[in-house]
Design a protein around this ligand. Sequence first.
Ligand code: AMP
Ligand code: GLY
Length: 422
Amino acid sequence: MRVLVIGGGGREHALAWALDRSTSVTEVVCAPGNAGIAQVATIRDVVATDPDAVVTLAQGVLADLVVVGPEAPLVAGVVDALAAAGVPAFGPTRAAAQLEGSKTFAKRVMAAAGVPTAGYWSGTDPDQAKAELANHAPPYVIKADGLAAGKGVRICADRADAEEAIDDALVRGVFGAAGASLVIEEFLDGPECSLFGLSDGTTVVPLQPAQDFKRALDGDQGLNTGGMGAYSPVPAVDPATVEDLRRTVLQPVIDQMAADGTPFAGVLYAGLALTAEGPKVIEFNARFGDPETQVVLPRLTSDLGQVLMACATGTLAELAPLTFADQACVAVVMASGGYPGAYETGRVIEGLDAATSDQVTVFHAGTRDESGQVVTAGGRVLAVSATGPDIAAARSSAYQAIESITFEGAHTRSDIAAAPTT
Ligand code: AMP
Ligand code: GLY
């Protein structure tokens, strides 16, 4: 079959790469893509958030399946438009994508489904929000309700800082419409873990867990980023725990969404905190994580094309259980100097071929081809992903590969997967 992937980051490179290796897939097309994705897919241009444009492209390339990578096209209704046009699509509808698009919506679903999460308050009035702080203990967690590109969460050490965060969102409007409504929630203490559940709206099948490193600098210092590296599996989340999480988190949410008339098909990404009281949900996303996808898919030995098609067509229960290589995978992100703040682009990247081997794949996040040279084109530039017999071996291969890649101002964390959560 012919698969069209929508998006152009590291996650979409990993998706296109894994689809290209799938026996069921004869051709991968990606729009808008990037310089790395061009090695495994035909690149086309599209405005990913324009549902009509995506439908026209899907029909034009005779796509048998469309896989939507990022959240913005999902929330814009790209999957709804494809469904209306009769094109099978992997990803939730606009209504179901509210699980990521609105934190209040997600909290209501979790409450109805009995899924463990942080206690919360939500509202739009700054005075009420400040009064609500009395019901919480520091550190205070203040979140913009809507999509704020990962920047909508403030963890505040004291009351003054929390009131400032409330005013920023509700009075000064620094998150725009995304921050017009606010969530204040209990602080969840413990290591984090990302678990992806693939669903057709009824059945849900977990992938293997991964851990992401969100802060910019070593030792989890610095600003929050989209993710500076990841590893899989997570020793603390063993197969029995994954099955518990399927039963207590993923399946109840899928059942609740179906019962509410907004069935969720696609990838349900649970961001979990492993607290002393057990795992609790920090948030849901309606898409694959980035860079977690770059460590989970290299371990998947099942045919990804077949699995995603089963999700898009409601036939997941008929599929054989997923299989994974008994290997670990570690990805280290190379970012532009300055990221997640201001950074420059257009820097020539050297050494990509030398870094690549049987164990190492360099997934491109923000790159473009400029007159035959690969140059930087984003904050996160590459995710250097390596497999190995265990996390330490995979980590060593990833960092060794990074030694051979250069671009001006490149920034990496040196402690990705240095101390896996056990
Ligand atoms: P989110 O956008 O909801 O994923 O939040 C981004 C990051 O903020 C999470 O990955 C956590 O590191 C942190 N965070 C969010 N909510 C909480 C919470 N209730 N307790 C502790 N940390 C949190
Ligand atoms: N790596 C975090 C995310 O994809 O949201």
